[in-house]
Design a binder for this molecule. Sequence first.
Ligand SMILES: C[S@@+](CC[C@H](N)C(=O)[O-])C[C@H]1O[C@@H](n2cnc3c(N)ncnc32)[C@H](O)[C@@H]1O
Length: 352
Amino acid sequence: MEAPTESSENEQNTSAAAQPMSKNAQKRLLKQQRYETKKAEKKAQMKEHKKREAERKRKEWEEKLANVGAEERERLIEQKKELRKARMGKRSEEKGKKIERLQEARISGQNVVIDLEFAHLMNSTELHSLVQQIMYCYAVNGRCAVPAHMWLTGCHGEMQNELLRIPGYDKWIIEKEDRSYVEAFQDQKENLVYLTADSENILDELDPKAIYIIGGLVDRNRWKGITMKKAKEQGIRTAKLPIGNYLKMSSSQVLTVNQVVEILLKFMETKDWKDSFFQVIPQRKRCEAGTEDNAEEFAREASHEEEDEQMPGRQDEADINEGEDGQKIGSVEGQDSVSKEEQKAKRQCIET
Ligand SMILES: C[S@@+](CC[C@H](N)C(=O)[O-])C[C@H]1O[C@@H](n2cnc3c(N)ncnc32)[C@H](O)[C@@H]1O
């Protein structure tokens, strides 16, 4: 199927603006509004909870000091100062190491590009979701023992404005390219490989010389085949992740940007596709195992279920997205995950 062009979308938008809203569109809008309200309420609740907690801790501390003699008070205050100093020292040491790793990746890391030339095909919610995914990618990459050399190409206009809103973005150790990847890597075109679920080529290994491109798009596959079409037109090689060789998916094999980045990073570390897929792709997107690996798989899934609860980082588009096309806007659990992970990612992004 031919992917719709930008002008056909514009035409659709224009005619949609002239017509009254369909029942479905009204439902979608209502759903979106309800979601926004809930999100704002939750944010306010969390803020309030944090404030109360800080107040409770402060009171507890003051009571503790009030109930001891002067000498003990001195000792407790000193102890607290020391603890804080040690914590800060550890944090800045970790930060220093992370910076070193990311600088090193600039010289010898596997090139991974997020192609940001699709901004005009996304609504503001989707764009926001993509920014969250990019933040997440950056945070995960920074935690890797051997990070990738990450690039954001075609980074301008509205997309850039959104990214610039991220606190600390200016200090990110990532290549921010106004130019497209074709221009940025014009002398290495033969090394460009567009990753796309629509490719016939299966990625078996990662080639250290290759520059892997991921489409910066949150579209619930509305723009079906768009990256494949783009790569074909540009005469660039394509490849898909070898998902089908290792697991069955309950729906399509199209993953989110952050999932693809995370799978690549895991594979770089483990050289094990199966393990990488199981660690990143949420259980609900996978079917039950075939036959031979059942026991192993169930054991893993049980442990992943636990991780899902404790470590809300394993997100897919349903979690991150804020539902544009009337599909379910993430579960409550998913929403929780997003806010926690968003905060974690934000913290980590700001820290660098
Ligand atoms: C949400 S998808 C975008 C889907 C979009 N309709 C398209 O045609 O690519 C985000 C990006 O992740 C990458 N991706 C997703 N699933 C993939 C897979 N199974 N194999 C390789 N790359 C994949 C692609 O680069 C894709 O553009």
